[in-house]
Design a protein around this ligand. Structure first.
Ligand code: KE4
Length: 426
């Protein structure tokens, strides 16, 4: 029995599913998740001494690579000055300024501890400033686990949501309407009918939680226009895309100005940071400046802000995104060639250094229903074949892969070689 297996058995006795976040348990792909002992650059090492090339990157934060010397040094220096004060610090001001410098739509920002807190707070704020109660989300998009967002489509599109988890009150789910992603007419019809009741719509500008699904041309601009026509706030959930697909996030890449933006992952550099921001007029409604309450013991934590600031400094260096783009393109093209050579039907998707792979005959996947047509058995064989070859991919068809600046040409070549060998056996 491997040490990971021993630890997993021990963990399952005292932690639900043996993990502190469900996707880590490998339930959809099967098998025992490697317990990680350490990470460096592009690689993870598990407790049995096995090393993997990592394309999960802690689900997005590790864009500069694991244990980057500058990030480690910043955290170590902050630690020596004390780990938490529960009082304002200069680093929080600096991180807020760094975020605002990259995203002009954000004039004011509040730091929290996770993406879930960011989206939950942004929705409360949107309801408060509009005086409306309904929200709209899109099937297949994930925005964290607050009650309003653990909702799936009801009987038909645009009907009231139903809880996607036990414990979510029906009344809460009833306040969330769900629509298919990339379907502008469906949104326009809903807003024409109920726009005056809707506070906000929240959307992943590039969907990363149904696999990697891109917005259709004009879709995001269409959301913006539809929201403007009905006084609905547009919340871009950039927890995953923020500072990932571009330094200014998807809103810069696609030229969309949201009313509110939610952030996480990269801005914490691997430590717990989330954030939400928008215009001064909206954000000044947040306590203590305004009446909308939101708080957090460890919000703006000195270690987390140090890690975030060090990370944002690295990604702001000239050529960072251009290099990441070139490497990401070479990786995903190499994998696709390997699968094509082996005669495996697939569709690769990518925006910047976030990428997906569907085992499907489809030439496009525009929404969750189409993503769900993929061959999950083939995905699982692919996942385990690559894991055995030392390549650590996201353990679910409905997740997204991430590159870091530490994924150099040698790492990418090794990955493509592994893909060639695994593809032949699919
Ligand atoms: P957290 O609460 O996990 O920090 O962020 C929630 C969240 C919000 N918005 C988007 C677009 C997200 O992708 C996430 C979280 N992403 C998942 C990965 N698909 C985190 C991994 C996990 O749940 O363990």
């Amino acid at each position: 029995m491997t040490r990971s297996e021993t630890l997993f058995n021990r963990a399952r006795q005292i932690i639900p599913g043996g993990v502190n976040s469900p996707v880590r348990a490998f339930k959809s792909v099967g098998g025992i998740p490697p317990f990680i002992a350490s990470a460096q650059g592009a690689c993870l090492t598990d407790v049995d001494g096995r090393t993997y090339i990592d394309y999960v990157g802690s689900w997005g934060p590790m864009i500069v690579g694991h244990a980057h010397p500058a990030v480690v040094a910043a955290i170590q220096a902050a630690t020596a000055r004390g780990t938490s004060f529960g009082a304002p610090t200069e680093a929080e001001v600096q991180l807020a300024e760094a975020i605002i410098d990259c995203m002009p739509a954000i004039e004011m920002v509040r730091l929290v501890n996770s993406g879930t807190e960011a989206t939950m707070s942004a929705l409360r704020l949107a309801r408060a400033v509009t005086g409306r109660e309904l929200i709209v989300k899109f099937t297949g998009c994930y925005h964290g686990h607050s009650d309003s967002l653990l909702v799936e489509a009801g009987s038909g599109a645009a009907t009231f949501g139903v809880p996607s988890s036990p414990g979510v009150p029906r009344a809460t789910a009833h306040s969330t309407l769900t629509l298919p992603y990339n379907d502008l007419p469906a949104l326009q019809a809903l807003l024409a009918q109920r726009g005056q009741e809707i506070a906000a719509l929240i959307v992943e500008p590039v969907a990363g939680n149904m696999g990697c699904v891109l917005p259709l041309p004009g879709y995001l601009q269409g959301l913006r226009t539809a929201c403007d026509q009905h006084g609905v706030l547009l919340i871009l959930d950039e927890v995953m895309t923020g500072f990932r697909v571009a330094r200014g996030g998807a809103q810069a890449l696609y030229g969309i100005r949201p009313d509110l933006t939610t952030l996480g992952k990269v801005i914490g550099g691997g430590l717990p940071v989330g954030a939400y921001g928008g215009s001064r007029a909206i954000m000044e409604q947040i306590s203590p400046a305004g009446p909308v309450y939101q708080a957090g013991t460890l919000s703006g934590n000195p270690l987390a802000t140090a890690a975030g600031l060090a990370t944002l400094e690295i990604i702001s260096q000239p050529g960072f995104y251009e290099t990441l783009e070139a490497r990401s393109q070479r990786l995903t093209e190499g994998i696709s060639w390997a699968l094509t050579a082996a005669g495996i039907p697939h569709l690769g998707t990518r925006v910047g250094s976030m990428f997906g792979l569907f085992f499907t005959h489809r030439t496009r996947v525009d929404n969750f229903a189409e993503a769900a047509e993929s061959d999950l058995n083939c995905f699982n064989r692919w996942f385990h074949g690559m894991l055995a070859a030392g390549i650590y991919l996201a353990p679910s068809q409905y997740e997204t892969g991430f590159l870091s600046m530490a994924h150099d040409d040698a790492i990418i070549d090794r990955t493509i070689d592994a893909a060639r060998a695994v593809a032949k056996g699919l």
